[in-house]
Design a binder for this molecule. Structure first.
Ligand code: SAM
Length: 224
């Protein structure tokens, strides 16, 4: 349960050097970059690995609640870093075990993130379980806090009901605006997200549908 997890009191208390040692400056004792891309419920890490070379200047963080899965992704990243030690690839990705539905503001400052991914989140099919879904009004306000203006929320699922649920909640939220399918077609992250994750590959093998919805974080309304 959450009680066994350790959370930083705020993002500055977090030991980011441990996750991204190549982005720590010994001279100033500070990180040279902050995390700007988050993969919520990253599972086995396929998205992180495919995003890594596309965004070499961004720190990318997967958040995953299952211990074993988190350990697996950690090992995978260590192996990739070791095998690419000559060119320092994969130094910009890592994974953190945690409950993204509860402690996001402990890890990210306001307006810190440029992109958040929600790939094939658990559907929680039953009506009484819907409140356990990772996209709800309350949580969207937290995501809006962590995202900067112009930042993007990416969602993909093979469950039509969940797709409609996520799109509806995002559409109803005052701080998000849906992006067009033309936009989706030309965005490289949408292409990567469709194929990179383990769940996405499974759906591909079963020739299932994949529903995508992307939203931009719009400015806070002016208070007059
Ligand atoms: N995104 C991956 C993919 O597309 O292959 C994994 C999809 S899997 C169906 C959903 C993942 O979300 C699981 O690995 C689960 O443990 C994780 N998860 C569920 N609730 C979470 C939460 N509150 N915080 C972090 N991870 C969570």
């Amino acid at each position: 349960s959450d009680h066994q997890l350790e959370y930083p009191v705020n993002p500055d208390e977090m030991d980011w050097q441990k996750l991204y040692p190549h982005f720590f400056d010994e001279a100033t004792n500070r990180m040279t970059k902050q995390v700007t891309i988050a993969d919520i419920g990253c599972g086995f890490g396929g998205l992180l690995i495919d995003l890594s070379p596309e965004f070499p200047e961004n720190l990318i963080l997967g958040m995953e609640i299952r211990v074993q899965v988190t350990n697996y992704v950690e090992d995978r990243i260590i192996a990739l870093r070791t095998n690419h030690a000559d060119n320092n690839s994969f130094q910009n990705i890592n994974v953190l075990r945690g409950n993204a539905m509860k402690f996001l503001p402990n890890f990210f400052h306001k307006s810190q993130l440029e992109k958040m991914f929600f790939c094939f989140p658990d559907p929680h099919f039953k009506q009484r379980k819907h409140k356990a879904r990772i996209i709800t009004n309350t949580l969207l306000s937290e995501y809006a806090y962590a995202l900067k203006e112009g930042g993007i929320i990416y969602t993909i699922t093979d469950v039509l009901d969940l797709h409609q649920w996520m799109a509806k909640h995002l559409e109803e939220h005052p701080l998000f605006e849906r992006l067009s399918s033309d936009w989706e077609d030309q965005d490289k992250c949408v292409q990567i997200m469709r194929n990179a994750t383990e769940e996405g590959k499974k759906v591909e093998r079963k020739k299932g549908d994949k529903y995508v919805a992307c939203f931009v974080r719009i400015p806070n309304p002016e208070i007059v």
